[in-house]
Design a binder for this molecule. Structure first.
Ligand code: ADP
Ligand code: MG
Length: 500
């Protein structure tokens, strides 16, 4: 009796359909086209490499069962993978890959040893498969259901259009990352910066930069589907899709993306199943020439809890870091922000802020926002006094560090002079010593840069601060009485902490 491929496949489908969810069936089995039956080898055509991998990892048992029933223990399956959709003149181009997994009796198929051959399936992939196949515990509305066959123009990019390259101030701290970002934004998927990985500490502008990339691409390539998603959201969506038995829809949705921006990738640490899914999506998108942009709060080598195979993918493209902005860049950022918001701040206040807030840009903006709020609430122009107040609330509360004012006050009291004298030009010996000691403690107990410390001591430059710190250190080594004084003073800073 000669069977034809359609009948064999239709019968296989009937068997498969009875054991998996309707949604999964529609997603993963309906698009398959039976091509040919060569003896006991059934050739089926699948739309992509990803599709093939997914079937092999997640539905191999069902497929084996079907083939076994139809073609017996010697039955085999071969995939024909469409690698190029072709057009009206040219037929689709395909490659054939045999499954190395022979059809086997269902009991045998259940044994894990018999199930592996093509693309070794990891434990976590098995878990995903198991979870995906588990009956849905609750019927939650699935956000990806509509993804298939949808016009990409209607998909929401989740971009915030206030982030642009124009308002992303360039400085030494971000030059490489910014220009790589611009290159990617101009030619997504076609530069060697794929993936582009931006890393840097909190508040240094990672999200701004990658959002700017997304906005730029959207503005110039309206047909491209750009998607911005935080790794946390990606993880939550994935978990949700597991719960509602809609993993395939989740994957389908992400496979539609032309430019995938995944923010804060460090969030995937230790989340094996989510990483597994991202790995697949990454491979598929990358292979299809789509652009991937990621951020991380630390360099890839320090991403503990991320699988090596995923980390090695990150190295395919370019990794660029963001550093803390220097003084000039901070000035430019503040000025830019003022222009954007249409506010006016006196130059000495701008300078004071740029000197004092040298941790990160988010904090700098926080101070500005608080100043603007206070100014409008109290109907008062922003001045230096107000800026100092604002800094007291924002910087020092956050960091719980000893503040400069406290150090100056304490040291001045200790040496029985006024705080004003510390900032004065006078070179009287006792004042000079007190000033040097205060600078020394400022260096030791605050996060202020040398420049900033100098600024707070009557506008001295950073080399004066270096000299002071050195002089005090030398005196501690050589002068026993002085060493005792320093020890007494240090107690006031280490016990009292903020000094408020
Ligand atoms: P991260 O994602 O690295 O934690 P964000 O991108 O959220 O940091 O940046 C924090 C804030 O600082 C944002 O409001 C952002 O617009 C601003 N910012 C950071 N870097 C720059 C820059 N170079 N120019 C202008 N604004 C910046
Ligand atoms: Mg961010």
């Amino acid at each position: 009796m000669l069977k034809d491929c359609r009948t064999v496949w239709a019968n296989c489908l009937r068997i498969i359909r009875s054991s998996i969810g309707e949604q999964s069936f529609r997603t993963w089995f309906e698009p398959i086209v039976p091509i040919e039956l060569q003896g006991n080898v059934l050739i089926i055509q699948v739309p992509s490499q990803f599709f093939y991998e997914w079937l092999e990892e997640h539905y191999v048992e069902e497929l084996k069962r079907g083939i076994y029933q139809e073609l017996g223990p010697e039955g085999r399956l071969e995939y024909s993978i469409v690698v190029d959709q072709g057009n009206s003149q040219n037929k689709p181009r395909t490659v054939n890959i045999p499954t190395a997994r022979k059809a086997a009796a269902p009991t045998q198929a259940a044994s894990p040893a018999g199930s592996l051959a093509v693309g070794a399936m990891t434990a976590s992939a098995r878990n995903v498969a198991a979870a995906a196949a588990a009956p849905a515990q609750q019927q939650l509305r699935n956000p990806f259901e509509a993804a298939k066959g949808i016009d990409r123009n209607y998909l929401h990019s989740q971009l915030n259009n206030t982030y642009s390259f124009e308002n992303y101030i360039e400085g030494d701290c971000n030059r490489l990352a910014r220009s790589a970002g611009l290159a990617v934004a101009n030619k997504p998927g076609t530069t060697s910066f794929n993936p582009l990985m931006i890393y840097g500490g909190v508040g240094l502008g990672k999200t701004h930069l990658v959002q700017a990339i997304g906005n730029h691409i959207k503005a110039s390539n309206s047909d491209k589907f750009v998607l911005y998603v935080s790794a946390e959201k990606f993880t939550n969506q994935f978990i949700e899709s597991l719960r509602s038995n809609a993993v395939q829809d989740f994957a389908n949705f992400y496979l539609l993306v032309d430019i995938l921006i995944l923010d804060d990738v460090q969030f995937l640490s230790g989340k094996d199943k989510t990483q597994e899914m991202f790995f697949h999506i990454f491979n598929h998108l990358h292979q299809a020439g789509r652009q991937i942009v990621m951020t991380s709060d630390r360099p890839p080598r320090d991403l503990v809890g991320l699988e090596d195979r995923l980390l090695s993918r990150f190295k395919w493209g370019l990794t660029a870091d963001l550093q803390s902005p220097d003084f000039e860049t901070r000035m430019a950022i503040i000025q830019n922000k003022m222009e954007q918001d249409g506010i006016d701040i006196p130059p000495q206040v701008v300078e004071y802020l740029a000197y004092s807030v040298d941790t990160n840009v988010r904090e700098l903006e926080g101070v500005l926002i608080s100043l603007i709020a206070q100014s409008s609430l109290n109907r008062r122009e922003i001045d230096l006094e107000m800026a100092k107040q604002a800094l007291r609330h924002i910087i020092e509360d956050v960091e719980a560090e000893v503040n400069l004012d406290f150090i100056q006050k304490t040291v001045a009291e200790f040496f029985s002079i006024s705080v004003d004298l510390l900032k004065d030009k006078t070179r009287k010996k006792e004042v000079v010593t007190a000033r040097q000691v205060a600078m020394y403690f400022a260096k030791e107990h605050t996060n202020h840069s040398l420049k900033s410390i100098g600024y707070h001591f009557g506008g001295r430059d950073h080399s004066t601060v270096i000299h002071s710190v050195q002089t005090v250190s030398d005196l501690i080594d050589s002068d026993k009485q002085f060493r005792g004084q320093i020890q007494d003073l240090r107690k006031k800073f280490t016990n009292g902490k903020t000094g408020k």
